[in-house]
Design a protein around this ligand. Sequence first.
Ligand code: HEM
Length: 212
Amino acid sequence: MDAKNTPIQHLLVGVLSLALVFGLRRFLGLSQSVVFARAAFLLLFLTLIIGPITKLKKPSAVSSPLKLPWSWRSELGIWFAITSLAHFYFAMSGRPQWNFLAALGGGIGGEGYGLANLLGLIALFWSLILAFTSPGKIIKWLGVGSWKWLHSMTYVIFYLVATHTVYFQFFSKYRGGPDWFGWPAVLMAITIIFLQLWAFAKTLADQKRGKE
Ligand code: HEM
């Protein structure tokens, strides 16, 4: 749990996120919706590798935030939610009357993508709830148990976003196959699953040896 959000960490992660967005747009000429989508995906990846890494490598006694990856988790997660919201805004804007039903019926992103849009919408809903419950004061107000329950949704978000991304990258008729982001995104998703399994195996082995 990362209850210490510092303004400097927020600023650094915010600058990194916006640099990524502007870099992708400036140098690769991608649409606004897609640059925010890819930045969000990368931020989610960074947020999610921290948990298993922390389990695999116990925190050292050093208290500098730069040396503690888990102390960046909440900032990364909050910026993930912000960039996801921007992606949703740009994906919907320009569509007639922000037509949600058309989006869910497959009207945006191509015919037949209603399910992919719905997965994205559910992921966004939970991402915003988690972002609002990430600041330290709210964690204290909620209590560790309730906070942990809520934030176990992170992995649900991951599977929803991964499926949403694979759908658009690999099965979108108007694209004709994945571009440079498709396979790296799959690799990142596999890395998360692999790290989770590894951390689980380690926790189990430690328990069996009576360490925990
Ligand atoms: C947590 C929320 C979300 C995340 C992290 C997310 C992420 C992504 C990613 C990574 C892609 C693939 C981009 C690419 O490589 O081309 C994508 C595509 C897309 N997403 Fe999402 N998405 C989310 C929610 C939504 C929602 C709520 C909608 C609309 C209802 C939506 C609509 C689209 C569309 C239409 C595309 C196809 C590319 C485009 O036209 O922009 N997404 N999304």
